[in-house]
Design a protein around this ligand. Structure first.
Ligand code: GLU
Length: 548
């Protein structure tokens, strides 16, 4: 019985050939240097920070070269799939403005000429390629049961031999086609195995863009390519898909590095060009005990990209941070190109860390703080409003009701050379400006006075001060009036005099200013008090004095 006859028996429904598919999915008509890259997650419903980084850099590599970036859903492993798992991924990518040119755009729609982009919809394609392998003596059906495999394993263990289905241990390799056909006709279940021609004692060189040349022993394991239920395994599907989708750069986690010799063997068996590999290191963090470990979606809230959305950390800040961990020269580039957009930076796989990237949330928040500090008051208002519409209804209503007032609040010490850096996220704004709004200034106030905390003394200060206060005063006049109160009540209005003879005074002008600040805001630390008072206006000020 010929291989062709066996292949027909194994794959009776296959009507196309590989060359049909080569015609359906022709070479892409793009520049030689253009990168075709992809993000190929399982439909788990969300994107982890590590895969966000991976999709971010593959997208960037494609953008930098006018290439193509597409989304392929790898749903052949049922355990890793959840219902509506595609949409969650699409939303996470969208939230970070990582645009796809092709691929799934919802749980059941897609765009692009190289699809289907969901592996479970590509079974006919895989079968066509599998059939070709059988016909060409590169794969065979294997009927071994779990017990058979366990038996092989225990023989290997007792002989201290390498574990796996290979060489003389690959029992089903030695069946004749007649025996195979007989079993298939009897309805015996089978998996498809690669008939490896690799030699474990020879080396294969993986030319990895991130890691340089890495040597591995050639693959000689007759790996399973298609399971008994007809579903392909990742190794096989990846080769078929990345070839037909004309992928130039396979960017994926370093956990796939050891299987790459198998992938290379498969590409070569088909006579296909091996794509460029970019194996990305893990995203790690240093935990509370000082131990460096993988950023874990179970233990670390910052591992889920939804965290940034909920906290209101600007997408741009996260992207800036991702680029700083992706390419070590990015920060320097930013410093020497102030005001330039990340789009103008040329990303380079070779400058990625081989040992993984350390994810430092504090550094990210710092970048976020800087980023937010450079927004105009109006931009900050719009962004905060958008965030609040989803996550803080109360603040949303207040911001909507007092639009201009809020913009003025946001503008305190902003839009200047060295703006304040108070906010690390949109979610941290309300807790720093709440006292500007009467609605929020109502209940259970806790005043944080400093040196002067006696009620009577505070009352004296307030009543002297209100006699002098005029909301039209300029900043100098305003401050002189606080000094006047100091003089009247026995505090030093001049700091130098105070420092020379502190015992001559009850305190100094700063203590008076603090009392006014705390009565108006409850807090000892606020932005410019003059600006705050200007915005509050005389009525609110009097009300707050009275309330106290
Ligand atoms: N589905 C694989 C994963 O999630 C994709 C690896 C690849 O990008 O090829 O790890």
């Amino acid at each position: 019985m010929t291989n062709k006859e066996l292949a027909d028996l194994m794959y009776p429904s296959v009507t196309k050939t590989i060359s049909d598919y080569e015609n359906i999915y022709p070479e892409r008509n793009i520049d030689d240097k253009a990168v075709v890259s992809r993000f190929a997650p399982s439909p788990t419903g969300f994107v982890h920070m590590g895969s966000l980084l991976a999709s971010f850099v593959s997208n960037k590599a494609a953008r930098d070269t006018n290439g193509i970036f597409y989304l392929r859903i790898e749903d052949t492993d049922g355990k890793r799939s959840v219902e509506n798992g595609i949409e969650g991924i699409i939303n996470d990518l969208k939230a970070f403005n990582i645009e796809i040119d092709e691929g799934a755009i919802s749980d059941n729609e897609e765009v692009g000429n190289y699809g289907p982009y969901v592996q479970s919809k590509r079974i006919d394609i895989y079968n066509t390629f599998a059939k070709w392998l059988v016909e060409n003596d590169c794969a065979y059906p294997c009927f071994c049961s779990e017990e058979d495999n366990n038996e092989i394993r225990s023989i290997q263990e007792s002989k201290k031999d390498r574990i796996g289905y290979y060489g003389k241990y690959a029992k089903c390799r030695f069946l004749s086609n007649e025996e195979r056909a007989e079993k298939i006709k009897n309805g015996e279940k089978f998996v498809l195995r690669l008939k490896s021609t690799g030699d474990f004692n020879k080396k294969v060189v993986i030319n990895d863009l991130v890691r340089g040349n890495i040597e591995y022993p050639e693959n000689d394991i007759d790996h399973i390519l298609i399971k008994s239920d007809g579903v392909p395994v990742y190794h096989f599907a990846h080769v078929v898909d990345d070839h037909l989708m004309r992928t130039t750069h396979v960017t994926r986690g370093e956990e796939w590095l050891p299987s790459t010799p198998l992938h290379i063997e498969l590409f070569k068996k088909f006579g296909f060009k091996v794509p460029k590999y970019c194996h990305l290191g893990l995203v790690m963090k240093v935990d509370e005990e000082g131990v460096r470990r993988k950023l874990s979606k179970r233990k670390d809230p910052e591992a889920a990209v939804s965290y940034y959305h909920e906290k209101g950390i600007p997408v741009e800040a996260v992207k800036l941070y991702l680029m700083t961990i992706a390419n070590s020269n990015f920060e320097g580039w930013m410093d020497s190109n102030p005001g330039k957009s990340i789009d103008e930076f040329k990303f380079d796989f070779k400058k990625m860390s081989k040992s993984g990237s350390l994810f430092d949330i504090e550094k990210l928040l710092n970048i976020s703080r800087n980023y937010i500090s450079r927004l105009t008051a109006r931009e900050l208002y719009e962004n905060t409003l958008k965030w609040a519409s989803e996550f803080d209804k109360e603040f949303y209503e207040i911001l909507t009701k007092y639009k201009d007032y809020s913009i003025n609040i946001f503008n305190i010490e902003r839009e200047q050379k060295k703006p304040r850096k108070d906010y690390e996220a949109y979610s941290s704004i309300k807790s720093q400006v709440w006292y500007m709004y009467e609605e929020l200034f109502n209940d259970n106030l806790e005043y944080n006075f400093d040196k002067i905390s006696a009620k009577d003394e505070i009352k004296n200060i307030l009543s002297e001060y209100i006699k002098l206060y005029d909301e039209n005063d300029d900043k100098d006049t305003w401050f002189n009036k606080i000094k006047e109160v100091a003089d009247i009540l026995g505090y030093a209005s001049d700091m130098k005099a105070y420092k020379e003879n502190p015992d001559n005074y009850k305190g100094n002008v700063a203590d008076i200013a603090t009392v006014i600040r705390v009565v108006l805001t409850t807090s000892r630390v606020t932005p410019d008090l003059y600006a705050i008072m200007k915005l509050l206006g005389k009525n609110r000020i009097i009300n707050r004095f009275n309330k106290f």
